[in-house]
Design a protein around this ligand. Sequence first.
Ligand code: GTP
Ligand code: MG
Length: 305
Amino acid sequence: MLLSKFRKGISKSSKYISKNIASVISRNALDVNQIQEIEDILISADLGVQVSKQLINEIKKKHLNQDVSLESIQYTLANEIEKILTPCQAKIDISKTNGPQVFLFIGVNGSGKTTTIGKLSKKLSEQNKIIVAACDTFRAAAVSQVKEWTQKSGINLYEGKENQDPASVAFEACIKAKNENFDLIFIDTAGRLGNNKNLMEQLLKIKKSSQKAITDAITKTFLVLDGSSGNNIINQFENFNNITGVDGIIITKLDGTAKGGALVYLISKYKVPIFFVGLGEKIDDLHEFKAKEFSLSLFNLFDEH
Ligand SMILES: Nc1nc2c(ncn2[C@@H]2O[C@H](COP(=O)(O)OP(=O)(O)OP(=O)(O)O)[C@@H](O)[C@H]2O)c(=O)[nH]1
Ligand SMILES: [Mg+2]
């Protein structure tokens, strides 16, 4: 069930990789030139040079000079990728603590923060009392967008005044959450580029003010990455992680891109926990990240090997 959702969601990436590898394989035994071509395909699928080399070594070990099917090669690659991803497969822990937990959602413009908050709040609202703090106070449309999601899921929204300092909105929302016994506070922030120093510092201020409001809160900073950005996600991760720290990532829009491989590159490089993937625009299109399903799906494979 979950595998079929992942396979459907990641089909653009898997089609790209499989089609290209298929065109390299011939009926003869696999030779070094073909293996080199497979390496180039993996790199062009945004897997990064280091990961691609690691994968190719495994192919050499297993299949060099063998008559090998496309499927065998795909399973070899998927298994190796699964090994890279599994240690970073993460799950949010919402067991009741003493006070509310604060989830801060950050990322570049349009990466999917607000949509992810909408989807996630619905997922968690049965078991938890949730409030969303709309800290994107500069765009009027931003608040109405969050409101649409929270109304759909029947979740509380804390909105500041137009142009109010986002850090003070976060502070007030956290105080309200503490006084009214909310379990989770989702802080929606405005998108920003990592090289904008002022806006990046504002993000840190938002984080600090929420920690000031609830001193014993568990704060988790989630970086929301647009899967179609390919290798740019590495840079984005570095920029945000340097300023606020990142406790985990959520990768969206994998359904619309052939660049899903970049996630493997990021994880192998930074071993960052990955919590959710977005596989569509609808409210049920956010799924917990599963290394095995993701890896098989990247090659459009079934779990029967
Ligand atoms: N196909 C697809 N679209 C998505 C996904 N997640 C978000 N989107 C779309 O991406 C667009 C931007 O999403 P938002 O949630 O507004 O992004 P944001 O990060 O809040 O944007 P800013 O607040 O402007 O920085 C919207 O059109 C969403 O519907 C996903 O997993 N798949
Ligand atoms: Mg937004």
